[in-house]
Ligand binder design. Structure first.
Ligand SMILES: [Zn+2]
Length: 207
């Protein structure tokens, strides 16, 4: 057990983790952790995981919950609200990226893996397909205005118009949604999940 990962609640609990635990201490820890759903390091059995998964299948998030999520992570509540990277930290980030170059062998392997379709984000090169000629600035503007220039996930200012079903030729209103840079990037992973989520969201909004 890695002690650092235990979220200490009180000084008393912290004290308990010094040195090997006696049976008495173990019992105390067990008691304090009982019912603590945030207990990190808790392992779920496959059966439990399956149960949770089944219980959530097909469930739609109610509007009030979605509103809560939006409020919770937008504007002043966002951890990066009003903050900016300093030039120094931008340079640091840049430097850390420059330093990391894959070897030719690694690049070849990565390319091979992608071609095999092992990467769930790889859609046979679909990402490189040209946008439909109907996906004009006018259309994007129309969608942004419809969505009030707000990310439809978090509610922060947004300009990116996302294709919900990832088909860039599908420019129907219902297949388009405004997202912030962060949530547009998030939608690039777990595509099935996000396609489902934003389809329902647009449907609920009456788009
Ligand atoms: Zn967002």
């Amino acid at each position: 057990m890695v002690l650092e990962t235990i979220p200490y609640q009180t000084k008393e609990e912290k004290k308990m983790f010094v040195g090997p635990h006696s049976e008495e201490t173990k019992r105390k820890i067990s008691k304090t952790q009982k019912g603590n759903k945030y207990c990190i390091g808790r392992k779920l059995s496959e059966k439990t995981k399956k149960k949770i998964s089944e219980a959530h299948k097909g469930k739609k998030l109610p509007e009030d919950i979605k509103d809560k999520i939006r409020i919770a992570v937008s504007g002043k509540n966002n951890h990066f609200y009003g903050k900016h990277h300093t030039q120094e930290s931008i340079n640091k980030i840049r430097q850390s990226k420059i330093g990391k170059q894959h070897s030719k062998e690694t690049k070849r392997k990565m390319s091979e893996q992608r071609m095999k379709g092992d990467n769930p984000n790889w859609r046979g090169g679909k990402s490189f397909e040209p946008y439909s000629s109907e996906f004009t600035e006018d259309l994007k503007m129309k969608i942004r205005i419809r969505d009030e220039y707000k990310c439809q996930f978090c509610g922060c200012f947004a300009k990116t118009v996302h294709h919900i079903n990832y088909n860039k030729k599908d420019t129907r209103d219902r297949n388009l949604i405004t997202l912030c840079i962060q949530h547009n990037a998030t939608a690039n992973g777990e595509r099935k999940k996000w396609e489902h989520f934003y389809t329902i969201l647009n449907h609920l909004r009456g788009v």
